[in-house]
Design a protein around this ligand. Structure first.
Ligand SMILES: Nc1ncnc2c1ncn2[C@@H]1O[C@H](COP(=O)(O)OP(=O)(O)OP(=O)(O)O)[C@@H](O)[C@H]1O
Ligand SMILES: [Mg+2]
Length: 176
């Protein structure tokens, strides 16, 4: 369960950013009082035009940005105060994830699985299931450098799910 209450995020802008965007103010309100609840089993989407603050909201939920105001709870945990526990329960897929082209698909799963402190057998079983589901099995020993864009995206999704997260946060997962 995800609960976002009155989320506000204000970015401080550098002089360079102000110049680039032709802004006079040194701050930018990216999210202004957003509240929503996503229940277990629910697929919840954030829709809005470019620059509406969707990515900023998701980055706050994923513990990557500190909210300026408001509270976010994930599975009853406070994302600011219990960020370490929250990170074990969530995944965050963004097109900023860059896979190492020298790694094989199998090794990539083992590499990311190790970050979560998962055991070898667990990673192996989870990889088997996810590769089967996404049709990656026959490419498991190929280097990512040889993968098509769509294959890389499918592997990115599999990687993000290696620790069987309770809450899945995807930012533009179809944007390949
Ligand atoms: N690091 C940053 N520093 C300053 N301003 C930022 C930063 N990141 C985003 N912004 C600004 O905050 C606002 C919200 O951006 P955000 O990326 O959250 O929007 P979005 O809804 O995800 O847009 P899109 O649909 O284009 O992905 C925009 O005006 C953007 O220019
Ligand atoms: Mg975005």
């Amino acid at each position: 369960m995800v609960e976002v209450k009155n989320l506000v995020k204000v970015y401080k802008l550098s002089l360079k950013q102000m110049k680039k965007e032709k802004l006079k103010e040194s701050t930018k309100v990216a999210v202004n009082g957003v509240s929503f609840t996503a229940n277990p089993g629910e697929i919840f989407g954030l829709l809005g035009p470019n620059g509406a603050g969707k990515t900023t909201t998701l980055r706050c939920m994923a513990t990557l940005l500190k909210p300026t105001q408001g509270q976010i709870q994930i599975s009853g945990l406070d994302v600011e105060k219990q960020s370490y526990e929250v990170r074990k329960k969530i995944c965050f897929l963004t097109n900023e994830l860059k896979l190492d082209t020298h790694f094989t698909a199998q090794y990539t799963m083992e590499y990311f699985g190790a970050f979560y402190g998962l055991e070898g057998t667990y990673i192996k079983n989870r990889t088997e299931m996810l590769f089967d589901r996404f049709g990656i099995s026959q490419f498991r020993d190929r280097k990512i450098g040889e993968f098509s864009t769509g294959m890389k995206q499918k592997l990115s999704i599999a990687v993000s799910l290696v620790h069987d997260p309770e809450v899945i946060i995807f930012d533009e997962p179809t944007n390949i």
